[in-house]
Design a protein around this ligand. Structure first.
Ligand code: SAM
Length: 364
């Protein structure tokens, strides 16, 4: 059986074939090449999405994954269990649009029962959430992240190419009714598109008890044709909010959290900013990603992967799979966002010079 191959990375000193036995692999001895632990796993359950957001997947034609290549819930659960054994404490289900995956609540129930897993969440565009919130809550989903970039129907349609704002809002409020907490709104800000909506979104989330996370527009994938001029920096976002609703920094939830959190001085609401472009947090990144077709990817901006589906469908036992994940993680030295900032500062950054996996395949 072929070992899991983390393409582009020299594995001569790691894993299968190098004398390292698969036994004895534990969370304690698993650090990547830069000393970072493996703590979080984002699992994409489908690469299909019912939206066509300009900043994520604007293309109508795309090489979608064949259905037969998509991991089954049993395969995802088996892999998740192994990841937890290696130290993963938090799993987020994502996509594509995860609620397009039929019977997702069954996967939620299987993952929610994993011993050692401390946190399970889901990221969704919420267009189908109102019909699925009960089943998801009953299956054990306690919190949810909803992507929402504007509360103006016309602009919503312009940004997503779908006339679905009413369904999304219905979904948000259904999640609230079913007691999910926290409900976090993720908002990507693009200059000239929705930067004028920042305060309204803050007000909307404060009014309804949703947490809000602003995300700097990133150069993830190649399909969005990212240019730095469209990115609104964390400092600019916060300046606009602070001028109307004074805030104070309270820091990251923990050192590996992407968001820096702030509190409103009037005590109402919860806000954070994810500044991957202007303040990269690679040094604390403990996240791995599993694509819908079972590829393990070490960085949101990577074009390399390790084919775990090939291993498990080839009959590999747990020890072998553990050894492969261990080997791939041990070799990880990605620090893309830090490198991008260095290149931007020296005027050498060319967004589309490097081919990256699209966010829709990778999972956000
Ligand atoms: N369909 C789900 C959703 O809408 O939340 C999950 C997948 S989506 C790819 C996950 C997250 O990635 C969303 O919050 C989305 O806003 C974010 N995202 C996508 N493209 C982005 C980009 N270029 N920059 C920053 N965030 C992005």
């Amino acid at each position: 059986m072929e070992p899991c191959y983390y393409s582009g990375v020299d594995q001569s000193h790691h894993g299968a074939g190098s004398g390292m036995e698969p036994t004895g692999i534990t969370r304690e001895n698993l650090g990547d090449a830069l000393g970072r632990a493996l703590r979080d796993l984002r699992i994409s359950v489908t690469d299909r999405c019912n939206f066509r957001c300009s900043y994520c997947m604007p293309l109508d034609k795309y090489e979608w994954i064949d259905r037969g290549e998509i991991l089954t819930f049993e395969e995802i659960t088996r892999l998740s269990k192994l990841f937890v054994q290696l130290g993963v404490e938090e799993i987020r289900i994502t996509g594509g649009e995860p609620l397009l995956r039929h019977g997702l609540e069954n996967l939620v129930a299987q993952l929610a029962g994993l011993e050692g897993l401390k946190d399970l969440s889901l990221t969704t565009n919420a267009s189908l959430l109102s019909e699925k919130a009960t089943a998801l809550a009953q299956a054990g989903l306690k919190r949810i992240n909803v992507s929402l970039d504007t509360i103006h129907p016309d602009k919503f349609e312009l940004m997503t190419r779908r006339d679905d704002l009413a369904n999304v809002l219905e979904g948000l409020f259904a999640a609230k009714r079913y007691g999910m907490n926290p409900i976090k709104i993720n908002t990507v800000i693009q200059r000239g598109v929705n930067d004028g909506d920042i305060l309204e979104l803050v007000e909307f989330s404060r009014q309804h008890g949703f947490w809000i996370r602003f995300i700097e527009y990133m150069d993830v994938g190649n399909a969005n044709n990212w240019v730095s001029e469209k990115m609104v920096s964390k400092v600019e976002i916060l300046d606009r909010i602070n001028a109307r609703y004074p805030i104070k920094e309270i820091g990251r939830h923990d050192e590996s959290a992407p968001a820096v959190n702030y509190e409103f001085l009037d005590g109402i609401g919860n806000i954070g900013v994810i500044a991957s472009v202007t303040e990269p947090f690679c040094a604390g990144c403990t996240r791995a990603r599993l694509t819908a077709d079972g590829k393990l990817v070490m960085c949101l901006f990577s074009d390399q992967s390790c084919d775990l589906k090939k291993l498990i469908r080839g009959g590999a036992n747990d020890e072998t799979v553990l050894a492969s994940i261990h080997s791939a993680w041990s070799a990880r030295k990605d620090r893309y966002s830090e490198e991008r900032l260095e290149a931007m500062n020296s005027g050498e950054y060319r967004p589309n010079r490097r081919k990256k996996i699209e966010m829709i395949s990778l999972g956000g």
